[in-house]
Design a protein around this ligand. Structure first.
Ligand code: DGJ
Length: 539
């Protein structure tokens, strides 16, 4: 059993990080998530793969919906799943599947018709007591409805379907490993209220918090965000949800039930085929519970998710907002949670952020959402999500497709070197979105990255440096200048021994021109470039 499990994709500890192991080697998912509907047709996906190829992506994140695999209860149809896997193999790509089951953006769009039709058996969340749907502001007149996180019948049906999917993936992909990860549900949680308002929910909320959970929360306040920590520390040791968790009670109650539900689904799937499993979140952006899917795995309730959902391996943020790196910091600061971004923006920071995530966070997955239209004018929804009304002009510009492809292809060509430095300080990066961090230190040598100089006009700068040996480095950079220095007090001066352009072919550096002349006088990156530099420290 152990042997079989090890063969399939799994997470391994490396230094202070977790890496995704695929066929025995660490793998970075330089991915893209497709628009929701595109993977419902393998024929349509042909053009999507063409775009992915231009963008140098090695993995696609594709929805698989409950309604399409189980159109009638107990009758499964995996022909689409098979088609998507076959197609990925033909294209030489990998897949992460997204299980659109009970939840999709805090609603139940993808539940099968037989689930939607039977509201007595598959109960809806009551945002208003006694009502199966409600009207919410910003829903443009559309009714809001979601399946109840308290309904065991729905949970069990969802879990059965998911287990059948995972068993099928094991049967068709258990040897080849085209499917690397699976996201369980999509943006779970409840809109419009901090918790469900049904009579059942009221009764559970008024009852005592399960003792073990209350004790766990009290013992784990160190990692909590201040607001939750204060509420948990201020509450009683036992009693009702309000007594134990004060003003955070309703959100923690929702998180407890949503996480438990998702765990039951994930666990059933893992029993069939234990691929690494993720959950994604619609960020709370500092809003009040109910204004974002409440109970979903946002940072402030991760302690609850950790306790309730042990079958989940990775907590993944969907990041469209401009405070990109702050969210990455927040989502990686505990539980060795690797940076796994299933959805992010396609504006001009998309490429630099891919590089920054690999170099700085040693990311496992980076996937712009709806990459099919990368490079095109933004839709109104994208413009709103990306924050184009803010001051930063780079947020208003679509990512250049050729540059994105170059970043991805270059990182892919360097994958063995990059991943060998995951979890160590031998791989670092800085970017212009984080101006305050402009220096990278590597033992004898250090590098400072200059972005705001008259020589560099672009704002979307990034610089990734990987150390090959004590004096030799590869620099992948754009829109910046790089200065090096010695950190050796005995040999305080540094100079260049050699500076080369080139590329990695089959994992081996093939040098092009030697650049020890004018190019070495100031290390200037006006477009995406890869360089190898060997330095010398002297007194
Ligand atoms: C987040 C969701 O998870 C995606 O499926 C998609 O709906 C995007 N939002 C649209 O921006």
């Amino acid at each position: 059993m152990e042997k079989t499990e090890r063969k399939i994709p799994y997470l391994a500890e490396q230094g202070n990080k977790k890496v995704l192991m695929v066929n025995g080697k660490p793998f970075i998912m330089l991915a893209g998530e497709v628009h929701n509907s595109n993977s419902s047709s393998a024929a349509y996906m042909e053009q999507v793969w063409e775009k992915a190829e231009k963008l140098g992506m090695n993995t696609l994140l594709l929805p698989v919906s409950w309604e399409l695999i189980e159109p009638q209860e107990g009758v499964f149809d995996f022909s689409l799943v098979d088609g998507l896997i076959e197609q990925a193999r033909e294209k030489g790509g990998k897949l992460g599947f997204l299980w659109f089951g009970s939840w999709k953006n805090a609603q139940c769009y993808y539940a099968p018709e037989w689930v939607k039709a039977d509201t007595a058996r598959f109960r809806r969340a009551e945002v208003v007591c006694g009502q199966n749907f409600c009207q919410l502001e910003h829903f443009y007149g559309m009714p809001y409805t979601s399946l109840s996180y308290l309904c065991a019948e729905t949970r069990e049906s969802d879990a059965r379907a998911f287990a059948a999917l995972m068993a099928h993936i094991r049967d068709v992909d258990g040897e080849e490993h085209t499917v690397l990860t699976v996201q369980v549900e999509n943006e779970t949680g409840l809109m419009g209220s901090a918790r469900e308002r049904s009579k059942e929910s009221d009764a559970l909320f008024a009852a005592d918090v399960p003792e073990e959970f209350a004790a766990y929360m009290k013992a784990n306040t160190a990692t909590m965000v201040p607001e939750i920590k204060a509420a948990v520390e201020g509450g009683a040791a036992s009693g009702s949800w309000e007594e134990v968790f004060g003003n955070a009670a309703e959100e923690l109650f929702s998180a407890y039930h949503v996480a438990g539900y998702v765990n039951a689904v994930a666990k059933a799937g893992k029993e069939a085929y234990p691929l690494p499993m993720t959950v994604n979140c619609w960020l709370d952006k500092g809003g009040a519970p109910g204004s974002y899917p409440t109970g979903g795995p946002v940072s402030k309730v991760l302690e609850v998710w950790k306790y309730r959902a042990p079958a989940i391996d990775i907590f993944a943020p969907d990041i469209y907002i401009k405070e990109f790196a702050d969210i990455c910091d927040e989502m990686t600061r505990r539980y060795d949670n690797p940076l796994y971004i299933p959805e992010c923006a396609t504006h001009s920071y998309a490429g630099p952020r891919a590089v920054y995530c690999v170099g700085h966070y040693h990311a496992m997955c980076y996937a712009p959402f709806g990459f099919e239209d990368m490079g095109e004018e933004f839709s109104d929804v994208q413009a709103y999500l990306f924050g184009v009304d803010t001051e930063d002009p780079a947020l208003k510009v679509p990512q250049n497709v050729e540059e994105y492809g170059w970043y991805n292809r270059t990182m892919q060509s360097m994958m063995p070197l990059l991943t060998s430095r995951y979890g160590t300080d031998g791989l670092q990066a800085v970017c212009s979105e984080r101006k305050e961090e402009d220096t990278m230190l590597f033992g004898t040598f250090g590098f400072r990255v200059l972005t705001d100089t008259p020589m560099i006009r672009r704002k979307d700068s990034v610089c990734l440096i990987v150390r090959e040996s004590e004096d030799t480095f590869y620099i992948l950079a754009n829109a910046c200048m790089v200065a090096f220095f010695s950190q050796d007090h005995e040999k305080p001066y540094a100079e260049i021994f050699s500076y080369e352009e080139g590329e990695f072919r089959d994992g081996v550096w093939k040098a092009g021109r030697r650049l020890n002349g004018d190019e070495a006088a100031s290390l200037k990156f006006e477009k995406p470039q890869l360089r190898k530099i060997r330095l010398h420290a002297f007194e």
